[in-house]
Design a binder for this molecule. Sequence first.
Ligand SMILES: [Zn+2]
Length: 475
Amino acid sequence: MMIRWLLPLLLPAAASAALRAGAAVTDITPVEWPVRLIGNFGVTVAPTAHDPLHVRALVLEDGGPPVVIAVIDSCYVKRDVLDEAKQLASTRTGIPASRMLISATHTHSAPPSGAADRRSLEGRYVTRLIEQTAAAIANAHARLAPAAIAYIVRPVPEELFNRRWFMREGSIETNPLGGRADKVKMNPAAGSPDLLHPAGTVDPGFSVVSVQNQEGRPIAVLANYSLHYVGGVPPNQVSADYFGEYARQTASRLAPNDPSFVAILSNGTSGDVNNINFQHPRPRSEPFHRIQSVAFRLAAHTAAMVSTSSHRHSASIQMAETDLELRYRKPTAEQLRFARAAIAEPDAATLPRLAKDYAERAVRLSEGPDTALLKLQALRIGGFAITAIPCETFTEIGLAIKDLSPVKPVFTIELANGHYGYLPTPRHYELGGYETWLGTNVLEPEAAPKITNAVLALLRQVQFNRASAPGRRVQ
Ligand SMILES: [Zn+2]
């Protein structure tokens, strides 16, 4: 009798519980054509898809409430749409919405993920996106089964190039709001004699979370790489970019005959990093060639990383989230005057490039809310952690989190739980360039340090197991 009562007290809650996992994929390729594509200036219309778009979900459980990580093949998805998907998934699974991390990949060849009118073609797509996100989570939840997990990271710097460059004096054109001269240029012409040196760095860390069943059969892979997107897609085709190609190539290497295996590539902190070698330009390649070659490299690394790592059958899971209120940037009186004049100007050729686009953005910001509520998250699974930031986050911010985190290793999923434009550091904000222009950048200049500090505070919350850290409150 005595032993029966004592046993539960001797076992630390959650700390040694067996891990369970489930993964699933749903299709979100448009079914009504043609669709408008976002990700580029100007309207691009696609009458067809080169490759399908998906939602990929992974559910993990340590005996407590499960956690969800889902990644959507979309350029970005706003918070209200993701909150709706979480609510629906929560109703179907009983998992609290606060245990769900949902991000977008940042493919630039997908339809818009928001629409004012849900009865319009674009609105019907949003409804389906929400339905299919909830379905992916519910299906993954229904597949929960005993599992083992491994975390592996290795440097893969070859595909990463910082895209912001210091340029020779006088070679940077006026920015679209006619304001101060930018000190750096985003995506300069590769091989240009005006190039001086990049304004930032890259994060070579390629992270892979491998999940297997009890017999060692692969269930899922969740990878993370800090590369904005690859592109090279013809302008009139839907594509999941290298994120989708990575999923296909990884599946064919790790689980060629198992359609239930799910490979997921989440976007790291890649706001200022792309795949263009500016210093030593590569010859122009066929459409989808770069996508395939980057995916090939990452899938090959993944197969090697998974095959040489040992998987653990238990891992305690902690997750915490917070809402951080930040000020929206507002145009100055001078910028607003310039914007209104640009909108009224009949001849766009007399204005700086993209002036009309940015004028509209500036007016929208001046009329919009004063503050934004950003959902930030930290998640610890055994010995590693994942953080989530709802912005196109500069690489230096991800590196700072990796450096300062109380839980290491850690990686950050960007464009998670919403989208609030680019997140440059204060130094980059001062340097100017595309990612800092009012409209592409919408949050206060101190947003990056505030977000970094809030994420580090969340990491401290999830650092310890509930049982071994009395007094710590973990959501
Ligand atoms: Zn972007």
